[in-house]
Design a protein around this ligand. Structure first.
Ligand SMILES: Cc1cc2nc3c(=O)[nH]c(=O)nc-3n(C[C@H](O)[C@H](O)[C@H](O)COP(=O)(O)OP(=O)(O)OC[C@H]3O[C@@H](n4cnc5c(N)ncnc54)[C@H](O)[C@@H]3O)c2cc1C
Length: 382
């Protein structure tokens, strides 16, 4: 079988399927190690889904996340935990580590190979790439926000948001970073449809902003405003780069024939927080099971994948739409909701992975509320 894309979703899928003893070819158009615009924050619940130890590439472990509404707002609220809530990585290192783990598990990792298209044939799929054609019994499309596999399958594109980030080397421009190195900071009600963040790493702080797609032309100004608000020099930021955040439209296919889409290729980015790695790891775990069952003759098709994905992420996603609507409609109300200690403890527990999926009726109700929240946000959210 072939996995297209060796980001977190693809590398973990390749690892899991190779460990099952299946023959896996993992293709990526980039030469590794390569970077990917990203804050590199992996929540603890995401780490629990990774089929490898990422300890060697975690640069800081954060037990406190400060939430604010507005840049550098004085009434920030802390979400704290005795355990690590966010593992801070750099994607260049994390992705090379995960692709290496896939190769160590037995996957045939070929970087520098771009997939151009694919076609279903009897009992398989022909994959067209720069390096020639490959016949696979199944394909997992893990090729990110601009997915070639999704397009080749005729699945309509997701909605997009956009984010921009850059690195401030420790002490650059005389910035005193002591107050920032042991916490993550997330500020909502800053960019329309989005947020701003500061994440600590080994030798720098990562500053970023994200929002509705049509905020793209203004994101540099938002990033500069955020830096100013914290007393940092935006001109001292290094490696400033942006990327699209794909947000799945309700009902869009994640499996077609013998092909499944995972991570950003399936449009799974959280519409509120902009996180996508937890969803990448979760969809990878579920798709690996479904594809493995198909290839080992235990399932006739991939129809269980969308069902199981909805079960795992449906309520989580609905909560994200509701959170986004509340934060946009009334930052004040949002802060009031976050104020009680028990609410923030519940958030901390969720980030650490201690939440059980709701029963089906509660999930269905949550998904319906999530759809209403999305609609209420208007056309920019769709
Ligand atoms: C600025 C920014 C900040 C973010 N910060 C965070 C964060 O802190 N925490 C978090 O959880 N999420 C964050 N996200 C979201 C996160 O980056 C993505 O959700 C995550 O990268 C998804 O992983 P993936 O494996 O699905 O896709 P990707 O990481 O995009 O990997 C896709 C891979 O496919 C390859 N590829 C693409 N096309 C082809 C092709 N035709 N043939 C072969 N290979 C191909 C690419 O080279 C790439 O290696 C952020 C996103 C942005 C834009």
């Amino acid at each position: 079988m072939v996995v297209v894309g060796a980001g977190p979703a693809g590398a973990c899928t390749a690892s899991r399927l190779a460990r099952r003893g299946l023959r896996v070819v993992l293709l990526d158009r980039a030469r590794f190690p390569r970077d990917k615009p990203c804050g590199g924050g992996v929540t603890a619940r995401g780490v629990g889904l990774i089929p490898a130890d990422i300890g060697p590439v975690v640069e800081r472990r954060v037990t406190r996340v400060d939430l604010g509404m507005g840049y550098a707002s004085p009434d920030m609220l802390a979400v704290e935990s005795a355990e690590t809530m966010v593992h801070m990585t750099q994607r260049r290192r994390l992705d090379a580590h995960l692709a290496g783990a896939a190769a160590a598990a037995g996957a045939d990792f070929r970087d520098g190979v771009r997939v151009r298209g694919l076609r279903h044939v009897a009992d398989g799929v022909d994959v067209e790439s720069d390096a020639g054609a490959l016949r696979a019994r199944a394909v997992v499309g893990a090729d990110g926000a601009n997915g070639a596999v999704r397009a080749a399958l005729g699945v309509p594109p997701p909605a997009y948001a956009v984010a921009l980030e850059g690195n401030l080397p420790r002490g650059a421009g005389g910035f005193d970073d002591a107050a920032y190195i042991d916490r993550a900071l997330l500020e909502f009600a800053t960019v329309p449809g989005g947020y701003a963040w500061i994440f600590p790493k080994d030798d720098h702080l990562n500053f970023g902003v994200g929002g509705y797609l049509d905020e793209g032309p203004r994101l540099r100004d938002h990033l500069a405003a955020m830096c100013r608000a914290h007393g940092a020099d935006a001109d001292a930021l290094e490696h400033v780069r942006g990327h699209r955040l794909p947000i799945r439209r309700p009902g869009t296919a994640v499996a077609v024939g013998r092909c499944a889409l995972v991570g950003d290729a399936a449009g799974l980015v959280d519409p509120f927080s902009g996180d996508g790695m937890y969803e990448a790891f979760m969809s990878s775990a579920i798709a690996s099971r479904c594809v493995g069952d198909l290839l080992e003759g235990r399932a006739a098709d991939l129809s269980d994948y969308p069902r199981a994905l909805g079960e795992a992420l449906g309520a989580h996603r609905a909560g994200a739409w509701l959170g986004k609507l509340t934060a946009e409609a009334s930052p004040r109300l949002t802060m009031a909701i976050l104020r009680p200690e028990w609410v923030r403890q519940a958030i901390a527990r969720r980030m650490c992975g201690a939440s059980t999926p709701p029963p089906p009726a509660a999930r269905a109700a949550a998904v319906a509320v999530g759809r209403l929240a999305r609609r209420a946000l208007g056309p920019r959210a769709a």
